[in-house]
Design a protein around this ligand. Sequence first.
Ligand code: GLO
Ligand code: MG
Length: 345
Amino acid sequence: MPTHKYRFCFGPWNISPGQDPYGPPTRRDQPFDWKLAQLKKHGFDAMMFHDDDAVPDIDSKSNKQIFAEAKELKKRLDGEGIAAEMVAPRLWFAPETIDGAYTSNDPKHRKYAIERSKRTIDIAKILGTDILVLWLAREGTYIREAKSGRRSIDLIVEALDAMLAHDKKIRIAIEPKPNEPMDHAYVPTIGHALALAHLTRDPKRVGCLIESAHAILAGLDPADEIDFACAFGKLWSLHLNDQNGLKYDQDRPFGCTNLRSAFDQVRVLERNGYGKRGEFVCFDVHPFRTTREEHWLAHLVNSRTTFQRLVEKARSFDEKAAQTLVKDRDYQALDQMVIEHLLGK
Ligand code: GLO
Ligand code: MG
């Protein structure tokens, strides 16, 4: 099996202070500089950004100010030898996006969302990445009758076209999620994201980002979602994590709940040569609320360790023996072979 070295990243929001809808933070929040220093100290290669992680209070700033601050950040990242993996417009916080961003029923708000996305593309360019990630957080409905599904798809395509026209090089990686914060999202799976690409003015530049937990929430197998996206050459980024059943989005450490599923994900990443074209392995994980400040990076470091251990497991898996069992249709023995391999035999 061909081998290569993986590169890892996370976002500043992954060092989160522990608040949930029922209680306040459990750790003192830290400034961006501290988070960047932690990322470097723990040997990660890149950082993911929301537009307002890169330029705080972005809505109150002029384009001139936004570009100057992005350039300043780029200098700091270069100084630290840290790459920017992607930039994503945070389109779910502003008062203008209460009813959705590109699919809002208010044309002024749709315009806000598109203009803000264009600024995000400008920031991405300055930070040296050609990947714009779109988690379409509020593009869906709380109640079915509030929006037209057909019209919403047209509006999303219109927005994607405006972004593709704004910059000839930008690639859009759609991060699908079936629900939360919405009851139903309009782009719930990788199949939806890749189908949408074909309605745009430049399908080649619209791909996807898979998050393990989002696939699980959609009732799908993350490894199959990875294979599907790779069959199209469209897996441009990845949020590995774990999820214990159909609950709220948990962002647990990678492999925390289902080690075998994590193994399967790593195995298909290996098979598809993920990372060989410059893609990063990102962990969209959060610390448990109980985590003490002195253990604040553990969920990220542990996710990477688990990933690397599973790469060893994928590379040392006896594929020949597995193929013989497949040929004999002895899936019972194959099942136990995987279990024994993971248990260390
Ligand atoms: C939430 C998403 C979120 C995005 C991030 C980048 O469910 O996973 O963390 O990945 O905002 O757009
Ligand atoms: Mg994510």
